[in-house]
Design a protein around this ligand. Sequence first.
Ligand code: GLY
Length: 379
Amino acid sequence: MKKQVWIQDVLEAIEGKLYKVAERSPGIIPYTTVDGIFDDTSKSSICWWTNGFFGGMMWQMYHYTGKELYRERAISVEEKLDENLIIPDGMDHDSGFKWLPTAVAHYKIDGSWQSFRRGILAAENLAGRFNLAGNFIRAWNDSNDGSRAGTAIIDCMMNLPLLYWASEVTKDPRFSQIAIRHADMAMKYFIRENGSAIHIGEFDPATGEFLRSVGGQGYADGSSWTRGQAWALYGFVLSALHTGEKKYLETAKRVADNFILQASKRPDMGVSIDFDQPLDCKREDSSAAAIAACGLLELGKFDEKYSEAALKLLEFLVENRLSLDENTDYLLSNCADSFWSNREQMTLIYADYFLVEALLRLMDKDLPIFKSKKEMTIE
Ligand code: GLY
């Protein structure tokens, strides 16, 4: 009960701030902040992978409060993303990140037919990226030289819910068949023996042979980039909830156990950018903590130790990294886009989104954007 009062207070303070942020942010799609104020990718990078999260945060706030302003801001993002839908080389595996928090969220709220069509178009494009030989969804595009035709990344586990949703609403199993094949592939090639995840996997796109892992946004090849661990953790839980498959739940638990163990080794700070970064490097990634918390809260329904771990991550974020200053636009500081990025610590819109989703979930008030409204029983 005490826990609930604490979270309710924080959510109310966040909502008070976000309303003011929404009022002064018409028509923008933010990625990060400059001097505390949102940038706008709607004109410069309409295909950027994070472009769904501001809309998603607005839908979560609309669902929580019923305030019309949030709905207007969310719809504005969704409509702007139509430009992306007709740019083929701007359509990559991140369609889940872009259209689940926008069009699909809108459809889940009020059954909008136009939003349904946007979601299906995005899901069809995502399904079309499936490589039949290697059973993976191709991550990125190239300039038609095939250089990225064999690349898959762990982050894609979070895009699979778009396919599960498409099968649910069209009653056509093709979409989830692809999602399941990709999840099985990721379980085999992306999750190491100790429960950590690789970031990038390279396949021979013609034969489907797995060739190697490659270092990505983490410290090095062979290291454990924390946001990648969080995508794996939450992604496998979501596949378990969408399919009822116990093997995904068990995989999510292995990833979670490793995440909790590695995070506990640095009690002096928040979640690092990479669990294998040098000990004298104190740079953090609050986004990894917020994403992991969302997945841990779902795992907590099966074993309370995971909810406790989620609460610990969230308490740290709220006490040390949350800005309630109403003159700034961001919620969480100390994020990192990549270990080797030139920027020091930064803000990231998806860190804010997943913080809000996690806090609402603690109160049973979240809109199921990545989850399904009807969860499967996992035997
Ligand atoms: N999906 C890219 C990232 O997590 O930075």
